[in-house]
Design a protein around this ligand. Structure first.
Ligand code: F6P
Length: 552
């Protein structure tokens, strides 16, 4: 594509800069008193309500953000993604994670070929294999059923599946079908992670799924070799065929590793690692644990948001609205962080997953055309489930730095508890906080209010809350596998919207390469020092000194 102007040089960007000064004059307290404004800032779609009335924005802001979206060619970029164009230009790849959850009869082309049949071939293979393992018709080398699975992978080959697994653990439907089974994740190359994973497991009843898009990631391959040795030592080398399977785009390397290609589950280079949970990367381990029907429902949830994202006008399009508001917060207000605060323990691994989806995608220094950017992209994402976070870092959010917050709540708990004699049940107690925190951030508390409460004057500055701190709320009707899929897709697309507006490539990750190649040099040195006693050389003073200490 021809090189285009930087978004910050466009008129809508400049207009928004000017408009910002007006918005800054208005406190959220006042904005929230306008019921018409608040009504216009609520969207309902398929069991999800978005309320963004606590953003520091007016209807005029939204109008100007839509103009910015037009200047950034947002609609065309979304269409290009869904049409399988190679929008990941630095890797010359399409970006088609939406095809992973498309219905069987959908047509999504990459290079003129409909990829949906390939997707469903793999899904059918996973369904068949997972049913065999779960029913006990596929057994281990000693004839025992494989009730335990260790999924070995890192980054996108780990965080998404871990998030979904954690979210479904207490879902009544999913937990029922997971009875008697365990799913563990081995990600870190730290031997402690290996020890923790195999503790209490018997290789006779364990299936190892090696998950790596490239099948070259150093950590994953070492962990895979370690578990292969664990299985071979206990059961003999021939047991590997029954106890190890793989998920990868590189089936040649899978075979070279010693895994039968018949037991390899493919995906494609048009699936980015951090967008791969809906491929065999997530679908295989999750189907082994919960059964394919539960995972199929998760895919349907994600597909419902894909359709919504693709076809809904921006005014009612949840991922688009979220993306535009994030750009507003990051690039205009200069808020550099975003807190993801699910009021659901089941979503405890959501923020870590979104950290990778967002920060690996949008933490870039140049435009998609390679021009240095005069603006900062991406934000620092972090989060913890409420109410735990309230007793940890919320102090800073209330009285320290301004950090836009995403509050995520659920109407119907996965596991409600009703205590006899108590009207407000445990879930109501949790949700009381979900509803209270956004208002505490928005309204704050003035010195006048404190005076009226007879607070001693020396404490008034300490007890004052400036308020005017933005947040948004997402209320989900429930948290079953369908809703988990929806939530995932909302955040994936929001990140894409931000990148499309900023004019960057959200689908490459060159920033992870330098550290990897320096580690290769260190590894070579450790090898040479340990095998041939070579002294440390070729490093700066600091690294050489520390390495020498380590080797001693
Ligand atoms: O560290 C970067 C990265 O390439 C991620 O983008 C990716 O999710 C992860 O490593 C794992 O890669 P692979 O699936 O190829 O092992």
């Amino acid at each position: 594509m021809a090189s285009s102007a930087l978004i910050c040089d466009t008129q809508p960007w400049k207009d928004l800069k000017a408009h910002l000064e007006d918005v800054k004059k208005t406190h959220l307290r006042d904005l929230l008193s306008d019921a018409e404004r608040c009504k216009s800032m609520m969207v309902d779609f398929d069991g999800i309500t978005l309320d963004y009335s606590r953003q520091r924005a007016t209807p005029q802001t939204l109008g100007q953000l839509y103009k910015l979206a037009e200047a950034a060619h947002l609609k065309e970029k979304i269409n290009r993604m869904f049409n399988g164009e190679r929008i990941n230009s630095t890797e010359n790849r399409s970006v088609l994670h939406v095809a992973l959850r498309a219905p069987r009869d959908a047509v999504i082309n990459s290079d003129g070929k409909n990829v949906v049949p390939d997707v469903w071939n793999v899904l059918d293979k996973i369904k068949e294999f997972s049913e065999k393992v779960r029913s006990g018709s596929w057994v281990g080398a000693t004839g025992k059923p494989l009730t335990n699975v260790i999924s070995v992978g890192i980054g996108g080959s780990f965080l998404g599946p871990l998030f979904v697994h954690t979210a479904l653990q207490t879902d009544p439907e999913a937990s029922k079908s997971a009875k008697g089974r365990q799913l563990r994740f081995l990600a870190n190359v730290d031997p402690i992670d290996v020890a923790r994973n195999i503790t209490g497991l018997n290789p006779e009843t364990t299936l190892v799924v090696v998950v790596s898009k490239t099948f070259t990631t150093a950590e994953t391959m070492l962990n895979a070799r370690t578990l292969r040795a664990w299985i071979s030592k206990e059961l003999g080398p021939s047991a590997v065929a029954k106890h190890m399977v793989a998920v990868s785009t590189n089936l040649k390397l899978v075979e070279e590793f010693g895994i039968d290609p018949k037991n390899a589950f493919a995906f494609w280079d048009w699936v980015g690692g951090r967008y791969s949970v809906c491929s065999a990367v997530g679908v295989l381990p999750l189907s082994l644990q919960y059964g394919f029907p539960v995972v199929e429902k998760f895919l349907k949830g994600a597909a419902s948001i894909d359709q919504h994202f693709y076809s809904t006008p921006f005014e009612k399009n949840i991922p688009v609205l979220l993306g535009l508001l994030s750009v507003w917060n990051v690039s205009f207000f200069g808020y550099s962080a975003r807190a993801i605060l699910p009021y659901s323990q089941a979503l405890e691994k959501f923020a870590p997953h979104i950290q990778q989806v967002s920060m690996e995608s949008n933490g870039k220094g140049v435009s998609i055309d390679g021009k240095p950017l005069p603006l900062e992209t991406g934000e620092i994402d972090f989060g913890e489930p409420g109410t735990n976070g309230q007793h940890s870092f919320y102090q800073l959010i209330h009285q320290g730095r301004v950090i836009p917050c995403d509050f995520i709540g659920v109407v119907k708990s996965q596991q409600p508890v009703y205590l006899e004699g108590e009207v407000v049940n445990n879930h109501d107690e949790l949700m009381s906080n979900f509803f209270a925190q956004p208002d505490a951030l928005a309204y704050g508390k003035t010195p006048e209010q404190l005076q009226q409460e007879n607070v001693s004057s020396h404490l008034i500055p300490h007890k004052t809350f400036s308020g005017n701190r933005p947040s948004l709320s997402l209320l989900l009707a429930s948290l079953d596998s369908y809703k988990v899929g929806q939530l995932l897709a909302i955040y994936e697309h929001r990140v894409a919207v931000q990148g499309f507006i900023w004019g960057i490539n959200s689908f490459d990750q060159w920033g992870v390469e330098l550290g990897k190649s320096l580690a290769t040099q260190v590894r070579k040195q450790l090898n040479a020092s340990r095998t041939k006693g070579e002294t440390v050389q070729g490093f700066n003073f600091s690294t050489a000194t520390m390495l020498t200490k380590y080797l001693k």
